[in-house]
Write a protein that binds this ligand. Structure first.
Ligand code: ADP
Ligand code: MG
Length: 230
């Protein structure tokens, strides 16, 4: 037992150091990004083609680091939730254009079925938005052209909960993998961080909800269940 406690304390300490480091890295990265953007603006000349390309690549990589740091911070830091009552449709109105736009670029069809629900959920909008965008992003990444993403919002549980579901027509998740996908750093992608679903799970749990996945051979459905606030 003594050893176990020591081990846990050490893990917690490593987590704190990592979170602190991630936080400290974010500021210089922001300034690198700003200066790269300025540099790119001043490279309008045709003779600067190569330099334009270099800054483009650097900005892309900076973006990757920023995303990783943000996900990492969401996961490791205890944070204050800014909860407010909100209608499910309000959240959908914010994320719909973002998802549709990304899907359009990939030639994927998205359809939305949003029940008119008068009940409110009590959530941190920014965080919940992040959850849904992560789920949509995973779905889009899993599908090739001609894929289809269905997003439904329904009142369930005798109107005691709201269910948001994301159903894709991708290849599905093999049974042996399904228990691992929520683990931090688990990824099957070359450029993946493996933090997206861990972040989703953490946020949904903080909001008093549940996140579930089902995948049977073809396609995958992620659903987020949140309690209605009355
Ligand atoms: P990342 O997207 O960076 O890989 P995530 O935590 O978001 O990290 O996802 C972890 C893994 O779960 C993915 O690499 C992928 O293997 C699997 N996964 C998640 N969503 C889907 C999906 N909709 N269809 C198929 N596989 C998925
Ligand atoms: Mg992801």
């Amino acid at each position: 037992l003594e050893l176990q406690i020591q081990h846990n304390e050490r893990l917690a300490m490593v987590g704190q150091i990592a979170a602190g480091t991630a936080h400290e890295i974010r500021n210089p990265i922001t300034s690198i990004k700003g200066f790269l953007q300025l540099m790119q603006k001043s490279l309008t000349d045709n003779q600067m083609q190569k330099e334009m390309y270099y800054t483009e690549v650097m900005l892309g990589e900076v973006e990757r680091i920023t995303n990783l740091l943000n996900e990492f911070l969401l996961l490791s830091k205890p944070r204050d939730l800014k909860v407010e009552d909100c209608k499910p449709k309000e959240i959908m109105d914010i994320i719909q254009p973002i998802i549709s736009n990304e899907a359009l670029l990939k030639g994927i069809e998205v359809c939305y079925k949003v029940d008119s629900i008068s009940n409110c959920i009590r959530v941190d909008r920014e965080l919940l938005k992040q959850v849904f965008l992560n789920l949509a992003k995973n779905a889009l990444e899993a599908m090739g052209d001609n894929g289809k993403l269905e997003i439904c919002v329904e009142s369930v549980d005798d109107h005691k909960s709201i269910r948001f579901s994301f159903k894709d027509s991708g290849p599905g998740i093999p049974a042996y993998m399904i228990d691992k996908i929520f683990d931090p750093f688990f990824t099957t992608k070359d450029n993946g961080t493996g933090l997206g679903l861990s972040v989703c799970q953490r946020i949904v749990a903080d909001l008093g909800g549940q996140i579930k996945v089902s995948s049977k051979g073809f396609g995958t459905t992620f659903s987020v269940l949140l309690p209605v606030f009355s």
